[in-house]
Design a protein around this ligand. Structure first.
Ligand SMILES: Cc1cc2nc3c(=O)[nH]c(=O)nc-3n(C[C@H](O)[C@H](O)[C@H](O)COP(=O)(O)O)c2cc1C
Ligand code: SF4
Ligand code: SF4
Length: 373
């Protein structure tokens, strides 16, 4: 039922739904992953790709942490990819002390059509001392050089980051410019998941975003989706609540069936990201729209033209009886409004079709925004 419901694509990777299992070193191997084949994505690992990181892993195990290690890391990675081959979309989270092992892993990942994920997240001192994990966040030029070189292999590349370590939007922009495809954001904050970081990165880049941290129920997942995440991932909860992945898939599939846009943004005035310009009114009143347009680098006149031109010859061009005479300016379907609903009914347009047009409109506005730089 969920197979064709979503249209998620990042180059050769096509996750069947937007729910992922995040990596946990020493835990999320192919055997563990075999219990989560329904997930849209399973991130295996983190695997250590060279002798220094494997030695560091052994030291960590001695002090009680869980880690994977191997004296033949490439062969180990190959055997894991072989074992997980038919599960679902797979990514491998990896650490290394230099570039060459990443390139070798990238070639292997490409061979298996899986995603490579650079671990720029780990803060264990043994790894950071080697320049791996979080050390990469503090050395953005080196991280970007790795990304550029790894991308030459043609692999789909994700970068796993921990939020609130450095300036997140600068970091995300650099990651995008260097050519990565995906940013996997551990939105860690002392007060719980920092949803604001997802929104800031959504507004600053066109990267595919996987939101992570404290996804323990659909409420948290929905907050991430409605602030710009394309997927969400869970790690610890997968162990403590065995049914969580299936529950999240069920909830997001219901939302997608009902609305056609599972990660539709909140309205701008409700704190949504810039994609929500698709739901904004004509710019005729003093409201949060003007700040959003300024941030997007679009004038009010351009905004009117972009929306009016886009909806021409689409079913939402007109909207007799609605606030502004065209559904180009109408709200999200989940905002109750009998005026819009009767306009939709009169032309026989379903809620899902309406939201699909709004989604395309949103993509069009964002394209204009990013093309302007
Ligand atoms: C035991 C354990 C091991 C982890 N190992 C890794 C790892 O190897 N690579 C990585 O990028 N993140 C790793 N993480 C971080 C998780 O993927 C995730 O980002 C973090 O736990 C927050 O998400 P959660 O609240 O869903 O657990 C690990 C987390 C735990 C609890
Ligand atoms: S234009 Fe309408 S939807 Fe947009 S911020 Fe203003 S009041 Fe909210
Ligand atoms: S008619 Fe309803 S949906 Fe359309 S802009 Fe007015 S309040 Fe929003």
């Amino acid at each position: 039922m969920t197979e064709k419901l979503f249209d998620i694509k990042v180059s050769y990777a096509s996750p069947k739904n937007p729910i992922a299992v995040a990596s946990m070193a020493g835990i999320t191997d192919s055997k563990f992953a075999s219990g989560f084949k329904n997930a849209g994505l399973i991130v295996l690992g983190g695997y250590n790709l060279d002798k220094p990181t494997n030695d560091a892993a052994r030291k960590e195990i001695e002090r009680g942490r869980t880690e994977f290690f191997s004296d033949a890391p490439v062969e180990f990675l190959r055997s894991e990819l072989e074992a997980a081959k038919d599960f679902t979309t797979i990514a491998v989270n990896v650490r290394a002390a230099s570039l060459a092992p990443y390139i070798e892993a990238a070639n292997l990942a490409k061979e298996f059509n899986v995603i490579l994920e650079i671990n720029a997240h780990c803060r264990q001192p043994e790894m950071v001392e080697l320049g791996a994990g979080e050390a990469l966040l503090r050395d953005i030029p080196r991280l970007c050089e790795y990304i550029r070189e790894i991308k030459k292999t043609g692999v789909v590349l994700s970068v796993k980051i921990r939020a609130n370590v450095v300036n997140d939007t600068d970091l995300a922009k650099a990651i995008e410019k260097a050519g990565a495809d995906i940013i996997h954001i551990d939105a860690m904050h002392p007060d719980g998941a920092d949803i604001g970081v997802i929104k800031r990165i959504r507004n600053a880049t066109n990267l595919f975003i996987i939101g992570n941290n404290s996804v323990v129920d659909f409420e948290v997942a929905k907050e991430m989706f409605s602030h710009g995440a394309d997927m969400v991932s869970a790690a610890r909860a997968v162990r403590t609540q065995p049914g969580i992945i299936n529950n999240l898939i069920f909830e997001v599939s219901s939302l997608q069936s009902m609305t056609g846009w599972y990660n539709a943004p909140k309205h701008i005035c409700g704190g949504g990201d810039l994609r929500a310009l698709a739901f904004c009114c004509l710019p005729v009143k003093a409201c949060a729209l003007h700040g959003a347009l300024k941030q997007a680098g679009i004038s009010a006149e351009e905004f009117m033209k972009i929306k009016t031109d886009f909806v021409k010859n689409t079913p939402i061009e007109y909207g007799e009886g609605t606030c502004f005479g065209s559904m180009a300016w109408c709200c999200k379907i989940t905002k109750p409004c009998f005026l819009r609903d009767s306009a939709l009914e009169s032309i026989g347009l379903s809620d899902v079709e309406y939201m699909r047009i709004k989604k395309r409109l949103s993509e069009h506005i964002m394209k204009r925004r990013f093309n302007k730089g």
